[in-house]
Design a protein around this ligand. Structure first.
Ligand code: 13P
Ligand code: SF4
Length: 322
């Protein structure tokens, strides 16, 4: 989503006054530098409100941000998100400079699998297509036939010939997609450390306490959680569902910065839920973004031929269903 920043009204509403006072000069310096240097700042929905409302040019889910990365005319893309997202931007826009403010901003899913694991799965299931979730590093995408995100996983899996699909690395997303498409999905045992914590019992307890609460879950959750929810989709699809359905009370089964970020777009909704933060997403701060712009750190590089092999898997996904 293209956004007008800074949105100081949103930040005044969301941040305690001392936090706002500390953030404001950093936001001003970052925005001045980004204009001077022809930089576009892409911000994932899980980033802290001062980044989401203060410095973003585009906000969104993994799919939306990778489409923006492929389209942008800016000389530099600065990614406020995790490493696989910045790397995906570099894969689709190799001629651009891509910066990430903290190289340690990883992901438990992308860390769960190696290229050897993919080759072993292929050897065990010859001829079965390999679908990799975007939450993987470039060397895993390069070993795969097609990429997908949480926004289009079912569509990508349905488009493939045959009854079986190898889905890596998220076991729960793979199982959820298997249920939705009716395909036999062979999974790797990766998990998201944030979404694996939610349970169907938690949802039942919230429903008992708040009758009528509308439950929206990310598909990286366990299949029993997805079955207990009213709606499942990518982070941006979750926001769109809330805007469409306009429930009075809602529970967002995902990283909890998102509820704060979207609160003003869905003012009428009262959110009730446990707060679970992604430690990787939270490594990105305004201070680190400023340093990234001042010192050109950290530049994301993807060597050939890994980049072009990974790009083929991403472009196949974009052809099937952006
Ligand atoms: P989305 O693509 O749905 O934004 O998800 C990214 C992610 O890392 C979820 O944990
Ligand atoms: Fe990875 Fe989970 Fe964090 Fe998303 S929330 S970046 S899947 S660890």
């Amino acid at each position: 989503m293209n956004v007008q920043t800074p949105n100081y009204a949103a930040l005044r509403a969301l941040l305690p006054e001392p936090e706002f006072a500390l953030a404001r000069p950093l936001i001003e310096e970052i925005n001045a530098l980004k204009r001077e240097r022809d930089v576009v700042i892409l911000v994932h929905n899980y980033q802290i409100p001062s980044i989401y409302h203060g410095i973003a040019d585009y906000t969104g889910d993994s799919l939306g941000l990778s489409v923006e990365a492929a389209k942008t005319r800016a000389a530099t893309i600065l990614f406020c998100g995790v490493h696989f997202m910045a790397e995906t931007a570099k894969i689709v826009s190799p001629e651009k400079q891509v910066l990430i403010p903290d190289l340690e901003a990883g992901c438990s899913l992308s860390e769960s699998i190696t290229p050897d694991d993919v080759r072993t799965l292929r050897a065990l299931h010859p001829g079965v297509p390999v679908v990799c979730y975007v939450n993987t590093e470039a060397d895993i995408k390069a070993e795969s036939d097609v990429c997908c995100t949480s926004a289009n996983a079912a569509k990508v899996v349905r488009s493939l010939p045959g009854r079986q699909v190898i889905f890596i690395p998220d076991a729960y997303l793979g199982q959820n997609v298997g249920r939705e498409t009716g395909k036999e999905v062979i999974v790797h045992d990766g998990r998201c450390i944030v979404h694996q914590e939610f349970t169907a019992e938690q949802i039942a307890a919230y429903r008992a306490q708040f009758p009528g609460i509308y439950v929206v879950a990310h598909p990286e959750c366990h299949p029993s959680v997805v079955a207990a929810a009213d709606f499942t989709g990518s982070t941006s699809q979750m926001v769109a569902a809330l805007q469409r359905i306009r429930p009075g009370k809602a529970m967002l089964i995902t990283e909890c910065s998102m509820a704060a970020n979207i609160q003003l777009e869905v003012k009428h909704i009262d959110f009730d839920m446990p707060c679970t933060l992604c430690p990787h997403m939270k490594r990105i701060t305004l201070e680190k973004v400023l340093r990234s712009l001042q010192d050109d750190v950290y530049e994301v590089e993807v060597p050939e031929p890994t980049r072009s092999r990974a790009a083929a898997a991403i472009h196949r996904m974009l052809e099937i269903g952006a």
